[in-house]
Design a protein around this ligand. Structure first.
Ligand code: ADP
Length: 477
């Protein structure tokens, strides 16, 4: 077992106030890797005190001084990528190469934010009379709470911490209970590189209690959340009393459309990258494959070959490309989606079940043909390595099928027709569009959803909007 890490509260490494802990389990074998502090309302209140006391000093620092420790944290993560990636694979299950990729991706948010810190500017707007000036100031919102998910244990933290700290906000991070070790390891590095006391606080434990304590305190001005749409709704209700600002990055149900004029090799590579990264456990994973009727047979035949070549197993095993799912409930959900589809007439072309005799929570990459809209896999997020396929005849039909969901996070399509490319991109009701591109996420781009996939955007300059208030001063000379 790894040693029990400690909370990072107001610059101090502390256990839970009552000494309680909870286990962190390796999804590959079900073994307990470590115990972590089980925090609740008391820890949340201590973290709010720390973050609120640190706020004026951090806010008033010159921007380049706020940038320095952020850049140092990015560099420390890059230097320490092997250790951090190993820890991530242990608690989350993703293949080691993917975990290393995530550490670098996570560091890129800190690096970008450190660069942007110097460019958070106001405006002077020409007034309507000579004796007036209109001055617009951009100021940090204050203490923020970040609640993050288990599928990207490092990047979902730095995507929030980077811009928040760059803007001069202070932050409390509550990572997912399944993956607290990566979060606490980042917190430890933050202390080592000199992020000042109270500016970044990390507490693990009882999510509802921690969130309730933060919503109850009007000093917490903003909550940023990545997770399920159901929990997003709970947070919206809780934010009502103190009217805290919210950024919500919720569930997705991404369509992946292959038009008859697509570059087929590129589309195949795209589906594979989008669907099987993190074993299908990302909110922007391709969840429904729509292929033009004229090419569906040859396309799915080649796709089946690619899928059979994937290597399923524990993330630390060399060559593994599809790791275990996060827990038993996740495997059961995927199983139930496949069973429901088969019952309603889908045909299993590849996979269709748990892996046998290997890591306990692995599900085989699964290709389901002849899928129809009433199947659960076609209308809900599966969050596993299952790809349901259906065909379409016309562009209008493909767009209508793609948009037929309450979610609106990411959508992908492949075509070589430039007019169609623009037309379809404009008509898809999703916040992130991959046009001949299956990997759209990057530090400088706005990431977020429409409809029930959330509010606001993270990434790039749009994230700066999320952590700043606009103050307008009308100045009579
Ligand atoms: P998933 O279903 O993928 O685990 P969740 O939305 O349940 O996604 O979890 C995402 C994050 O939200 C985690 O950090 C989790 O601890 C937290 N969370 C879950 N329930 C609540 C709640 N009622 N209030 C605040 N945070 C919560």
């Amino acid at each position: 077992m790894l040693p029990t890490p400690l909370h990072l509260i107001d610059g101090r490494r502390t256990p839970a106030a009552d000494g309680r802990t909870f286990p962190v389990v390796n999804p590959a074998d079900g073994q307990t890797i470590s115990e972590v502090p089980l925090g609740g309302a008391a820890e949340a209140r201590a973290a709010i005190e720390g973050a609120a006391s640190a706020f004026p000093g951090w806010r008033d620092l010159p921007a380049h001084e706020r940038a320095r420790p952020l850049r140092a944290l990015a560099e420390a993560m890059v230097r320490d990528q092997q250790r951090l990636a190993h820890l991530m694979t242990l608690e989350q299950g993703k293949p080691l190469a993917e975990a290393r990729g995530e550490i670098l991706y996570a560091a890129s948010f800190l690096e970008w934010s450190a660069e942007e810190a110097r460019r958070i500017c106001g405006q002077v707007i020409p007034a309507s009379s000579v004796e007036k000036r209109i001055v617009v100031l951009r100021q940090p919102v204050g203490v923020c709470l970040a609640i993050t998910p288990w599928n990207f244990p490092a990047a979902m933290i730095t995507r929030k911490v980077g811009p928040a700290l760059a803007c001069g906000c202070t932050m409390i991070v509550k990572p997912a209970e399944q993956t607290p070790l990566s979060a606490l390891a980042i917190g430890e590095l933050a202390m080592q590189v000199g992020i000042p006391q109270g500016v970044l606080n990390i507490i693990t434990g009882d999510a509802p209690q921690i969130a309730a304590a933060c919503f109850a305190d009007p000093r917490v001005r903003k909550v940023t959340f990545t997770g399920s749409t159901d929990v997003g709704r709970v947070l919206v209700r809780q934010a009502a009393d103190n009217l805290q600002r919210l950024t919500l990055e919720l569930g997705g149900h991404a369509p992946f459309i292959v038009f008859e004029d697509a570059d087929i090799d590129a589309a195949l590579a795209g589906v594979m990258a989008s669907k099987f990264r993190n074993s299908g456990q990302t909110c922007i994973c391709a969840n429904r494959l729509l292929v033009h009727r004229s090419i569906i047979e040859p396309f799915t035949a080649r796709l089946a070959e690619h899928m059979r070549a994937l290597k399923v197993g524990a993330g630390l095993e060399p060559g593994v490309t599809v790791g275990p799912l996060i827990d038993d409930a996740a495997v059961e959900k995927v199983e139930s989606h496949v069973a429901d589809a088969v019952e309603r007439g889908a045909v299993v072309r590849v996979g269709g079940s748990r892996a046998m005799g290997t890591a306990m929570r692995c599900f085989l990459p699964t290709l389901l043909e002849r899928c129809t809209p009433e199947m659960r896999c076609w209308c809900e997020e599966t969050f596993g390595p299952v790809l349901p396929v259906a065909s379409f005849e016309t562009e209008d039909q493909a767009v209508a099928m793609a948009n037929d969901t309450p979610y609106g996070l990411a959508a992908y399509f492949y075509t070589r027709d430039a007019s169609r490319l623009m037309r379809v991109a404009e008509r898809l009701e999703f916040g992130v569009i991959g046009a001949n591109d299956a990997l759209p996420s990057t530090a400088q781009a706005p990431f977020g959803g429409m409809k029930q996939s959330g509010w606001g955007r993270e990434g790039g300059a749009f994230a700066i909007d999320a952590y700043t208030e606009i103050k307008y001063m009308s100045w009579r000379l």
